[in-house]
Ligand binder design. Structure first.
Ligand code: 3H9
Length: 692
């Protein structure tokens, strides 16, 4: 065995050379890996005894792509193109041996090899789109030449990973090797290639499938139309489509030029920077600086949930989906029956849509026990309370749980607003108390705010984070404060939205600006969807606020066919003349001189106070890092991924500009816009939010 460099070895096994890469964690195409491929393959080609070459990786995976940390830095070492040229135009067949995931640049390397062998558990994909990119090493030109433009369009715009068996059917992989015996399988395959004198199959020369699609622009137009909603606001999906179009309509080398040009545009743009930030933020968020990595984990085998309403039921589904037995407790039989029936109906609907089988429905329902007796939670390892948001009720529930549930268990509250330190005073074991703030619908939304109270133990925190991962959530550890991280920031935007419609804008103006910014809907459309009467009652209404007046008129949102908007029978929203008049009357009554408000002002007034609040949250230590706030807002509130979250967006705009605007607004409109001390500090020190 010869060492080619620190991460590459070359071994000659009879007439087969094996080039092995070993660059943990994922064999990304860093400069040493590119050098290793280039020089390893060259050494094998130069060796007269060698007839064929196997390219294989150590560790958990084949090459998982370009080294994302290198983007935006000055290029170093041999380019990926040198490595690919060495393989493709070498004089000896090269077989890629794939295990784990061949992703992005990794699959592009494999596509340049003359043959591909994979173990059944392997997966292939071009996930660049998720980083706001496109495959920039020939992937957009080679993939459609094997799988055809339709499948290629799907793969490059979804970034999904395709299993080895399906890859074999699509021709992306030539042969499957036995699981655990990849090297033997790949070497045997290479020997077969030599024995049968098979040609050096270059994917670039396969033209049948792309030529068959030439002159059929409707393939692309239909694809664009079908996915318009999903791709809204993103640049990368469209650029990926243009590359596949180029593969169909242009000769290979010309197509590569298109790919290169569009790749360069994306990789230097803000969207990809934002999406790369999110990639790392999603991994950072699990790292807890003050909870040691070897903290004991509490074994969680059985889960209890109190409250079978929308929230409790949704939370239960997360655990049932992942095989945890769940006992759900209600106070009244009919509420319990209703809650369980809703869970069953949700599962049956999913089964009808083909997401899983009816047996799976029964399997999940079989894990669920309903009860009217809290004593049935005694042997649970984790109990989550999801009852009405009222401090007295919550304290009463926790007081009871304290007497019932075994020692060592986690006692969690799903409160979205109440002070968890106070809830914890109801028990003799405050170290067991934590907030698990699920977002509605709890079985769908990915975000979980794990709320650390004053006395919560490290074991309880570490276990909660691990459980979150097990049930498929992305969890951010936050501290106790009104609204925690997500809703606390939301409150800023909601306040400004309400003020804006008094000062001169209409609800649909505010909604349009925020929708165009990339949010799934604006604040008023969101209120209509949620129902304006959440937390409102006719008895207590004083007709004081605009909301009071809308509710009193029975304009309570989509469910009553009217709210801030008018709705037709298909729930399509139309600006409402009634609401417009109400707003004008209301403003007149309050003596407000309405003025024209620009779209820029709407955006800045709604978003900058959010960023400012994020800075306050950081300075108070209620979030660990600025990127955690981004994770909360992307996964809990649909902040556009391509803007990287509110804090990354703040850095994109520039903290100095945000500060200047906040000061300008403060001077005109008061202390709602008072800059956070940390914002001032960041600007004074010339730093970024991302540094915190
Ligand atoms: C590309 O290829 C562009 C080309 O077309 C063009 C070239 C010209 N680079 O996710 P994990 C780190 S774009 C650098 O927790 P898992 C990751 O940050 C790329 N680092 O493991 C983490 O570090 P830490 C296209 C990377 O087992 C550690 O590895 N490829 C890279 O759950 C473990 O990661 C992709 O987009 C990278 N490429 O999942 C694939 N990948 O421990 C991106 C990972 O310090 N990667 N790291 O937090 C993945 O999807 C997953 O990492 C993978 C493993 C499925 C491979």
């Amino acid at each position: 065995m010869t060492a080619i460099n620190d991460v590459t070895t070359l071994e000659i096994d009879g007439e087969i050379a094996v080039v092995t890469l070993n660059s943990p964690p994922v064999n990304a195409l860093s400069a040493p890996v590119r050098e290793g491929i280039t020089n390893g393959v060259k050494a094998a080609i130069d060796n007269d005894a060698v007839k064929a070459i196997v390219l294989i990786c150590e560790g958990k995976t084949f090459i998982a792509g370009a080294d994302i940390t290198e983007f935006g830095k000055a290029p170093k070492g041999p380019s990926l193109f040198d490595a690919l040229q060495m393989i493709e135009f070498g004089t000896k067949p090269v077989v890629a041996a794939i295990h784990g995931t061949a992703l992005g640049g990794g699959l592009e390397v494999a596509l340049t090899c003359h043959y591909r062998v994979a173990v059944p558990s392997a997966k292939c994909g071009l996930p660049e789109v998720k980083l706001g990119l496109l495959p920039g090493a020939g992937g957009t030109q080679r993939l459609p030449r094997i799988v055809g433009p339709e499948k290629a369009l799907d793969m490059v715009t979804s970034g999904s990973h395709v299993g080895a068996k399906q890859c074999l059917e699509m021709g992306l992989v030539d042969e499957l090797a036995e699981e655990g015996k990849l090297r033997e399988g790949a070497v045997a395959f290479a020997k077969k290639v030599v024995a049968e004198k098979r040609p050096l199959k270059k994917v670039r020369d396969l033209n049948d499938k792309v030529e068959a699609a030439r002159g059929k622009p409707e393939i692309f137009e239909n694809f664009r139309k079908a996915n318009a909603r999903k791709f809204r606001g993103f640049l990368a999906p469209e650029y990926n489509i243009q590359c596949i179009e180029a593969a169909v309509n242009l000769p290979f080398e010309e197509g590569i030029k298109v790919e290169q040009k569009l790749f360069r545009e994306l990789v230097t743009g803000t969207q990809s920077a934002a999406q790369r930030h999110v990639f790392f933020a999603e991994r950072q968020v699990w790292k807890l600086p003050d909870v040691p990595a070897d903290t004991a984990i509490i074994p969680v085998k059985k889960v209890g949930i109190i409250g079978a309403g929308t929230m409790g039921g949704g939370i239960a589904m997360n655990f049932l989906n992942t095989g945890f037995p769940v006992t759900i407790v209600e106070t009244k039989q009919d509420a319990l029956d209703r809650g369980i029936a809703t869970i069953r109906r949700n599962y049956e609907n999913s089964a009808k849509k083909g997401r899983f089988s009816m047996e799976e429905v029964e399997k999940r329902m079989g894990l669920l026990t309903g009860s009217l007796d809290m004593n049935d939670l005694a042997d649970c390892d984790l109990v989550i309370e999801a009852v009405f948001e009222n401090m007295d009720i919550k304290k009463d529930v926790f007081g009871k749980l304290d007497k019932i549930v075994k020692q060592g268990a986690i006692l969690a509250t799903n409160t979205s607003a109440l002070n968890i330190d106070e809830i914890a005073t109801a028990v003799k074991r405050p170290e067991a108390v934590i907030g698990l703030h699920f977002f509605s619908p709890a079985n769908v939304m990915r975000l979980l705010e794990v709320v650390r109270a004053d006395k919560t133990s490290n074991e309880v925190i570490a276990t909660s984070m691990q459980i979150a991962k097990k049930i498929g959530k992305i969890a951010a550890l936050v501290g106790v404060c009104p609204g925690f991280v997500g809703n606390r920031i939301l409150a800023q935007r909601q306040r400004e939205a309400q003020k804006l419609i008094m000062e001169g804008a209409m609800p649909w103006d505010v909604d349009r600006v925020l929708y165009d910014f990339g949010l799934p809907m604006g604040p008023f459309a969101m209120s209509d969807l949620a129902g304006l009467d959440i937390g409102w009652s006719k008895e207590k209404s004083k007709g004081e606020t605009l909301r009071d007046r809308l509710c009193e008129m029975d304009r309570r949102g989509q469910k009553t066919g009217a709210g801030y908007y008018d709705y037709d029978e298909h729930r399509n929203a139309k600006p409402s003349p009634v609401v417009e008049k109400m707003i004008l009357d209301y403003a007149a009554e309050k003596g407000i001189n309405r003025r024209t408000i620009s779209d820029d002002e709407i955006l800045e007034r709604c978003i900058y106070p959010m960023i400012n609040e994020g800075a306050k949250i950081l300075e108070e230590g209620k979030a660990i890092r600025s990127s955690d706030i981004d994770i909360v807002w992307i996964n809990g509130y649909g902040f556009p991924v391509y803007r990287g979250g509110p804090m990354f967006y703040g850095d994109t705009v520039g903290a100095d500009k945000v500060l200047a605007k906040m000061k300008e607004f403060q001077a005109k409109m008061g202390d709602d816009f008072k800059p956070a001390a940390l914002l001032e500090k960041i600007v004074a020190e010339g730093k970024k939010f991302g540094d915190y």
